[in-house]
Design a binder for this molecule. Structure first.
Ligand SMILES: NC(=O)c1ccc[n+]([C@@H]2O[C@H](COP(=O)([O-])OP(=O)(O)OC[C@H]3O[C@@H](n4cnc5c(N)ncnc54)[C@H](OP(=O)(O)O)[C@@H]3O)[C@@H](O)[C@H]2O)c1
Length: 385
């Protein structure tokens, strides 16, 4: 009996000792430091490698961004340009276009500005030809330009819906048709910036929601027939982003109150994403050839719930619509830069500070009355008919 009990006891003792040692070792965090450092170094190197790969893939590429004079489009131009791409941006206003191009050139980015009103089909087609000529081809086209009018449905005219469709559906349609052949030659990418508003229609954004839904179908339809075409199609679905766009939005009905809720939602960090982060994710998705990008957790959640229970989301939207400002007896209409002056209140100014900062960084119209706003002077927005 002694023959096997002694070795067994010895083995058990060794096992208990090594277990104790292992436990003690585990309890000494200092010894984990080299592993943590090695992990961090590996992480940083992998991310540097990815960055370098992105730079290699974009260096010298020709990128056209519609509506790159301000907001997200301008941030995208900076992001593509920072990896060595040559960019062309467009917009209606020559002064704003010049400011955007000068800002890009100041960052060492090769940039071209092309004046164009995308609501005119001929100008939309000509934009693609001119961009391809100036850039020496086209590798990436980003359909980004958009217009927004916020207010109750009763203050929206047929022209408002037509305007939204002209810029956000027909413009991208003509640009995509004109660019497709060139993108096929270059094995390029067509990226369309749609909106969560194209998946579930929010209240007080009726023309926008109609146009964005059509734009989603345009991008998804092109993607559905893109396999083997050599063109990569990316549909981007942003939720709210802090691009400072609220200053250039037209508010109707009770402009100050409409401005209040809209500017607030578009500014809160939990609901909205910074334009910088959004642009980084869009450029990364373009380089990797991702087909679909949903930009904020709130947008992802909204799409999921709408997919499962569309009746529920419709009811929630109706409830939100009921809570929003009603049509006043004398409806008014104003640009955000002006409505924001009237919608004073310290709390609102504090809560919208992040989006105001974004507006300053991203070439948005200044507050009404400021010196810079004289340059941004535009014709009065159309009154509700
Ligand atoms: N900001 C958000 O929270 C949000 C959320 C979801 C989706 N999106 C979408 O993301 C895109 C960019 O939004 P953003 O916030 O950056 O908008 P933004 O600041 O209002 O910029 C819109 C851009 O489109 C251009 N544009 C408008 N109408 C045009 C026309 N007829 N012809 C040529 N260019 C025109 C504007 O240039 P000019 O004024 O100089 O002509 C401007 O450069 C839009 O498609 C928008 O719908 C935005």
């Amino acid at each position: 009996m002694i023959r096997w009990t002694v070795p067994a006891a010895l083995a058990a003792g060794r096992w208990a000792l090594s277990r104790r040692r292992r436990r003690r070792e585990r309890a000494r965090p200092v010894e984990l430091v080299p592993w943590a450092v090695a992990g961090a170094v590996a992480g940083v190197s992998a991310s540097a490698l990815t960055e370098r790969r992105r730079a290699t893939r974009l260096r010298g590429r020709a990128v056209l961004i519609t509506g790159g004079t301000r907001g997200l489009g301008l941030r995208l131009a900076r992001e593509f340009g920072s990896y060595g791409a040559t960019v062309a941006v467009c917009g209606r206003d020559q002064d704003r276009l010049d400011r955007a191009v000068a800002g890009l050139a100041g960052r060492g980015i090769r940039a071209h500005g092309i004046q164009c009103d995308l609501a005119d089909p001929e100008q939309a087609k000509a934009l693609v030809d001119e961009a391809a000529e100036r850039l020496g081809g086209l590798d990436v086209v980003v359909n980004n330009a958009g217009v927004l009018r916020v207010g109750p449905r009763a203050t929206m005219t047929t022209e408002d819906v037509e305007d939204a469709m002209a810029v956000m559906f027909w413009g991208p349609y003509h640009v995509a048709r004109a660019a497709w052949g060139r993108l096929h030659e270059s094995n390029g990418s067509l990226v369309t910036i749609t909106s969560i508003g194209g998946h579930l229609a929010p209240p007080h954004l009726w023309p926008y929601a109609c146009a964005k839904a059509a734009q989603v179908a345009l991008s998804e339809g092109l993607a559905a027939e893109s396999l083997g075409s050599g063109v990569r199609v990316t549909t981007v679905v942003p939720g709210l982003m802090r691009t400072g766009s609220h200053r250039g939005v037209v508010f109707s009905g009770n402009p100050e109150r409409e401005y209040g809720w809209f500017a607030l939602c578009a500014s809160l960090p939990l609901l909205s994403m910074s334009a910088e982060r959004a642009a980084r994710r869009i450029v990364r998705a373009t380089v990797r050839g991702h087909g679909y990008v949903v930009l904020t957790p709130a947008a992802r959640l909204g799409m999921a719930v709408h997919g499962l229970a569309p009746g529920l989301t419709q009811r929630v939207s109706a409830l939100a619509g009921w809570l929003l400002p009603a049509v006043p007896s004398e409806p008014d209409v104003r640009w955000g830069a002006e409505a924001g002056q009237g919608a004073s209140g310290r709390a609102l100014h504090t809560l919208t500070a992040l989006n105001e900062d974004a507006g300053r960084r991203l070439n948005q119209p200044s507050r009404a009355g400021s010196a810079a706003s004289q340059d941004d002077a535009r014709e009065s927005p159309r009154r509700p008919g």
